[in-house]
Design a protein around this ligand. Structure first.
Ligand SMILES: Nc1ncnc2c1ncn2[C@@H]1O[C@H](COP(=O)(O)OP(=O)(O)OP(=O)(O)O)[C@@H](O)[C@H]1O
Ligand SMILES: [Mg+2]
Length: 245
């Protein structure tokens, strides 16, 4: 029996009277892709926020990495311990070049490494996501959306995480771009990382996820293998029956 690399136990986040995340528990095994779905406002991004303490930790509950609680760590230490994330909203440094965006992330992980090594690490992360070599020096703000998304993932990978949390990497992408994003996610996993993937693009989520969790109003309404979960009438009524952006 393989031990989970990531365990979320009874996690909750309350904003005043709003229970944005309410008693969520799940385990992710090493090198799994763990999908998270749910309607808008169901608490998916808040779950990533409390897992990484960016910008706040949970009201209740515990997150463990390789069996060890990370609750006592700061956001920076959690990232260094091995949980990196991307954000639903774009957060590239628009005026920096693509490679400098990633170097900034490498620096936070390896502040004392020689500059040449930092560049090398940044190039490795960009190569892993398939970012074109001839665009490394382009200003990030001028890049089309797909490349900016690649850059956000490369910046997270630059921290050499064990677990990568991706918040809607396929949003705003075209069909062919979603297929390319799928290949990136699979490549990250094939490189030894564990992936937790929030996505509204259900086709992508179903194709790559080993396990699927569905949230509704902060509560888990489905968890398990993706086909079984998406056939559950409760999940269909709460999520699959309605249209999403
Ligand atoms: N900082 C905050 N302060 C108060 N309420 C918040 C805060 N962050 C999130 N919420 C609320 O918590 C709930 C869950 O929001 P969250 O962003 O986690 O949803 P989501 O599932 O990621 O939605 P989407 O699919 O639209 O990205 C929403 O009702 C939201 O308004
Ligand atoms: Mg969200």
């Amino acid at each position: 029996m393989v031990d989970p690399i990531l365990s979320v136990r009874g996690v909750a986040k309350h904003f005043g009277g709003l229970k944005a995340v309410n008693d969520v528990s799940f385990d992710v095994l090493p090198q799994q892709i763990f999908g998270i779905a749910g309607p808008n406002g169901s608490g998916k991004s808040t779950l990533f926020n409390v897992m990484t303490k960016v910008p706040f930790g949970p009201t209740k509950g515990e997150v463990r990495l390789n069996g060890k609680s990370i609750m006592g760590l700061s956001a920076h230490r959690i990232a260094l311990a091995g949980i990196a994330r991307t954000f639903q909203r774009e957060n590239v440094f628009a005026s920096l070049s693509a490679i400098d965006n990633v170097v900034v992330a490498v620096e936070s992980h390896l502040p004392n490494a020689p500059f040449a090594e930092q560049i090398e690490r940044a190039e490795e992360a960009l190569n892993l996501v398939g970012f074109p070599a001839n665009m490394h020096n382009s200003p990030a703000g001028s890049l089309p959306i797909f490349y900016r998304k690649q850059l956000m993932i490369a910046s997270a990978l630059a921290l050499q995480p064990k677990v990568l949390l991706l918040d809607e990497p396929a949003s705003s992408l075209t069909g062919p771009e979603i297929e390319r994003m799928k290949q990136i996610i699979l490549r990250v996993r094939d490189n030894g990382m564990t992936v937790v993937l929030i996505e509204h693009v259900l086709g992508l989520l179903m194709e790559v996820s080993d396990q699927l969790l569905v949230l509704d109003q902060g509560v888990m309404i489905g968890k398990g293998d993706p086909i079984t979960v998406t056939r559950d009438p409760i999940v269909i009524e709460a999520y699959l029956g309605v249209a999403h952006e």
